[in-house]
Design a protein around this ligand. Structure first.
Ligand code: PGA
Length: 257
């Protein structure tokens, strides 16, 4: 099986989450990516989402110029916001992508819609591509939950900014129960939910491919990545556990390249 039928390069986000524990371990892990990214013209777009404290030291050893992303971005520009990292700081560290509203960030920080919108705005204003995560935890209310989040996050001001920037961002579907569980959603379910996202976004006058692409995250690994990559509406993935496992990283690069 291959995924050559896709018109655009698949986006593959490797989210290290709060791993590994030390900088030497982080450098060793990053060398796995460096070595794989060095030698080929890849058919997919890898982005490694690092813990903030590792971004600068990893960029210094980023010999393959692999894209580095941040796991979060402040909703504010600058000032007295202890613990936060601004868009300008990130772009100064050559960060080109940021996760926004990852289900774990939202679970721990209880982000409101306005904060999420403002994070999105900060990313765009600093030329950082947002990967907006939209999660749900109950299948019964999933479609309503996804719609409600999108309708509230994409305010008319944000939509105008997106249209004026003429940039393509990503929306990642994140079923909480599948994250870290070892079991991904079935393709038919993924397409069903991504279809809901697509419908909702069309009503907001934002169109797939032209304005945004859709990703799936939740137990993607070397064993299921080709199958999930072939789901009709999937333009890429967010990987957690597999992104810190050298064997999985090797297999995934070899399968997708
Ligand atoms: P997982 O994480 O691959 O470990 O399930 C995915 C995610 O958090 O997006």
């Amino acid at each position: 099986m291959n995924i050559s039928t896709k018109s655009k390069k698949l986006f593959v986000g490797f989210n290290w989450k709060m791993n590994p524990n030390t900088l030497p371990e982080a450098k060793t892990l990053f060398h796995v990516y460096n070595n794989l990214n060095l030698n080929v013209n890849l058919n997919f777009l890898p982005v490694v989402f690092l813990p903030g404290i590792y971004i600068n030291p990893i960029q210094e050893i980023n010999s393959s110029k692999i894209n580095v992303g941040s796991q979060d971005i402040s909703d504010k520009q600058s000032g007295a916001f202890t613990g936060q990292i601004s868009g300008q700081m990130l772009s100064g560290a050559d960060v080109k992508y940021t996760l926004i509203n990852h289900s774990e960030t939202n679970r721990d920080q209880k982000l409101d819609f306005e904060t999420i919108s403002n994070k999105f705005i900060q990313a765009l204003q600093n030329e950082i591509t947002p990967i907006l995560c939209i999660s749900f935890d109950k299948q019964e209310t999933a479609k309503l939950d996804l719609t409600k989040q999108l309708q509230n996050i994409f305010t008319s001001g944000l939509i105008k900014l997106i249209q004026s920037k003429n940039t393509v961002f990503y929306i990642a579907l994140e079923p909480v129960l599948n994250i870290g569980s070892g079991k991904a959603l079935e393709c038919s379910e993924i397409d069903d939910y991504l279809g809901v996202i697509q419908n909702c976004m069309s009503k907001l006058e934002l169109n797939k491919t032209e304005n945004y692409m859709t990703l799936y995250g939740g137990s993607v690994n070397a064993a299921n990545i080709l199958e999930i990559g072939n789901c009709d509406l999937v333009d890429g993935f967010l990987l957690g556990g597999a992104s810190i496992d050298p064997d999985q990283i090797n297999q995934i690069f070899n399968l997708l390249k």
